[in-house]
Design a protein around this ligand. Structure first.
Ligand SMILES: Cc1cc2nc3c(=O)[nH]c(=O)nc-3n(C[C@H](O)[C@H](O)[C@H](O)COP(=O)(O)O)c2cc1C
Length: 227
């Protein structure tokens, strides 16, 4: 028996993993960046094989990690976590600096950044596990705390798309009782579900300028879930 709810108890942070160079660069939101050895300092990043960024990491052999702060803008999650660089230039209009290796490092809402050279690539099925040796690390802002996945899920009501290694199909979770008087509305951009029971507020009563807390889409991008 697998109780998928149990997996929510594993802690993660939230990052933008960047790669490429000054001419072409890209990045994606990741909650699976973690340190694997201290000497030398090596980290792993799990990257879906379909991510546009995967090609950049494979071809350049470098990637950056920007540690997002707790109040990072929902727009950043929409741009880097739900859209692909195959469709838009994600770095356009962003605050970007280029590291020692030429890799783009996204500075928006970031409190620390790191740069890695890939020393090993492990095929784990749907994802590549890029093992990177640390080349550079820098604190950008010591007045904020990092966003955790728990905070993202519980406070920001954020969700992760199917490309994320920790994606959980909601139909596999034990059903929670709720009264039919209340409705649910889903963001058509990122899949975030607004539940009137949990929010204790009817969706139509939300102000017109309310935006999706997960990806920053507008209220009109939500549709009612008919069960
Ligand atoms: C909260 C969150 C966590 C995510 N974690 C990962 C991850 O660890 N690995 C991954 O490959 N994709 C992850 N994703 C999905 C990618 O960010 C997403 O598929 C992105 O659009 C890929 O962009 P790209 O095609 O431009 O590289 C995550 C998304 C979100 C919103």
């Amino acid at each position: 028996m697998i109780a998928f709810e149990a997996l929510f108890n594993i802690s993660y942070g939230l990052y933008i993993v960047g790669s490429g160079d000054k001419n072409h660069g890209n990045g994606f939101i990741s909650n699976t960046v973690f340190q694997v050895t201290a000497e030398p300092p090596r980290f792993a990043a799990s990257c879906n094989k379909n991510n546009y960024t995967a090609g950049f990491i494979s071809s350049t052999g470098f990637f950056s990690v920007s540690v997002l702060r707790q109040d990072a803008s929902p727009d950043l999650f929409g741009r880097f976590g739900f859209r692909s660089g195959k469709d838009i230039d994600k770095l356009d209009g962003m605050q970007v600096k280029y590291g020692e290796t030429g890799v783009p490092i996204i500075l928006n809402d970031s409190i620390a950044c790191m740069e890695f050279t890939v020393v090993q690539t492990v095929d784990v099925g749907t994802h590549w596990l890029f093992i990177g040796e640390l080349l550079h690390a820098e604190v950008l802002d010591d007045t904020n705390v990092p966003m955790t996945y728990l905070y993202y899920r519980q406070m920001r009501k954020g969700v992760a798309p199917k490309n994320a290694p920790t994606y959980i199909d909601r139909s596999k979770l034990a059903p929670k009782p709720h009264t039919s008087v209340f409705k649910k509305y889903q963001c058509t951009a990122c899949g975030y579900v607004y539940d009137e029971v949990i929010e204790e507020k009817k969706f139509p009563e939300l102000p017109a300028d309310w935006i999706c807390p997960s990806c920053g889409s507008e209220k009109e991008d939500f549709v009612e879930i008919i069960t």
